[in-house]
Design a protein around this ligand. Structure first.
Ligand SMILES: [Zn+2]
Length: 303
C-alpha cells in the first residue's frame, strides 16, 4: 500500500514557465484522487504518466480560477477517451452550474455521470470513506468560501504472528478477531489475548491540504499531527501586508502553523509568480519548522 502526492501545479494565480496553476494527484491505498484542477492540469497528468481514467474523486477547494479552470477540459478528455464510469466532484455549490453550462453550450454529452457534492467552506465533515481511506473537508479562511481537505488511511488490521499461532495450534476461526484486536475466549474460559498473537500494523498516515488561506490557527484541530501538511505560502514575510489583503499566507506563517499543529512534514507551494525560486520561502519557513520542502511541479512526495 502506498501513499503519495504528485504536484501537478505549484504556482499561484499567474502561471510561470516552471509553475502551473494548482493541482495535485493523490494516490492513497489504491485510491486515485485529484485535488484542484487549474488550467493545464490534464497536460500535467499526462506528463506525470498518471492513469487518468482511474481518478474517481475530484476535490475542488474554491472557485478562484487558478484552482478549477482546467476542470471542464479534463472532464471532456475523459469522455473523448471513452470513459463510462461516473465521477464524483466535491466543491463549491456553484461549480455544478458552471460545469454543466460549459458542457451544454458546446453541445457536449458526456458518456459518464457527474455527481456533484456541494461544499460550503464552513464545515468540518467526512466526505467519503471506504475500508481503506477517509476524505474529510474543513474550512479555510480566504476571500471566498474555501475548503481544505484531509485524506487519511483507515486504521489497519493487526498482523498475525503466524509462528506462534501455529505453534499453539489455534483454530483458524480466531484470526479475524485477533486481526481486529479482539481477544478470543475458549469454551473452557481460557482467554487468548489478541496482543499475544498479533503485532500492530503501521500507524495510519494522513495528508492535509490547505490551498488558499490567510494565516489562521482555527485550522489546527483539523490538521493536527498530520503525517504531511501542504500549506500555501504565496508570499515571503516582507509582503505580510499583501498576504493579509489578499487572504494569503507567508512562508514564515506556514512554518508556524506546521509547528503549532505538530505535523511531521510540511510542503509549501502556491508561490506568487514574482518569485524566481522557493529558496527564501524554505529558509523562512525553517525558522519555525525544520522538515519543510518547497514543492516543484512534477515531483512525487511520499507521505
Ligand atoms: Zn484563491
Amino acid at each position: 500500500m502506498s501513499f503519495e502526492v504528485t504536484i501537478l501545479g505549484s504556482g499561484a494565480a499567474l502561471p510561470t514557465a516552471l509553475r502551473n496553476p494548482t493541482a495535485q494527484y493523490v494516490f492513497c491505498n489504491d485510491r486515485h484522487i485529484l485535488i484542484d484542477c487549474g488550467e493545464g492540469t490534464q497536460n500535467q497528468l499526462r506528463k506525470a504518466k498518471i492513469h487518468i481514467q482511474k481518478i474517481n474523486h475530484i476535490l475542488i477547494s474554491h472557485l478562484h480560477g487558478d484552482h478549477y479552470f482546467g476542470l471542464v477540459g479534463f472532464l471532456s478528455s475523459l469522455h473523448l477517451l471513452g470513459r463510462d464510469k461516473g465521477i464524483t466532484i466535491y466543491g463549491p455549490e456553484e461549480l455544478e452550474q458552471i460545469i454543466r453550462l460549459q458542457l451544454e453550450v458546446g453541445g457536449a454529452q458526456l458518456g459518464f455521470s457527474l455527481e456533484f457534492v456541494p461544499l460550503n467552506g464552513k464545515e468540518h465533515k467526512l466526505l467519503f470513506e471506504d475500508k481503506l481511506i477517509e476524505i474529510w473537508t474543513f474550512p479555510l479562511k480566504h476571500r471566498i468560501p474555501t475548503n481544505g481537505f484531509l485524506i487519511k488511511e483507515k486504521e489497519k488490521e493487526r498482523h498475525l504472528d503466524g509462528d506462534k499461532f501455529k505453534r499453539d495450534g489455534l483454530s483458524l476461526t480466531c484470526i479475524p478477531k485477533f486481526k481486529n484486536g479482539e481477544d478470543v475466549i475458549l469454551e473452557d474460559g481460557t482467554v487468548l489475548g489478541a496482543a499475544d498473537y498479533t503485532y500492530p500494523s503501521k500507524k495510519p498516515k494522513s495528508y492535509a491540504y490547505c490551498s488558499d488561506t490567510i494565516y489562521t490557527e482555527n485550522i489546527i484541530p483539523f490538521i493536527e499531527k498530520a503525517t504531511c501538511l501542504y500549506h500555501e505560502a504565496t508570499f515571503l514575510h516582507n509582503k505580510l501586508d499583501r498576504a493579509k489583503a489578499t487572504f494569503h499566507t507567508t512562508a514564515l506563517q506556514a512554518g508556524m502553523i506546521a509547528d503549532k499543529a505538530g505535523v511531521q512534514k510540511l510542503l509549501i507551494g502556491h508561490l506568487s509568480a514574482r518569485y524566481e525560486n522557493g529558496q527564501l520561502h524554505e529558509s523562512e519557513a525553517k525558522t519555525h519548522f525544520q522538515n519543510v520542502e518547497v514543492v516543484e511541479d512534477g515531483t512525487i512526495y511520499q507521505i
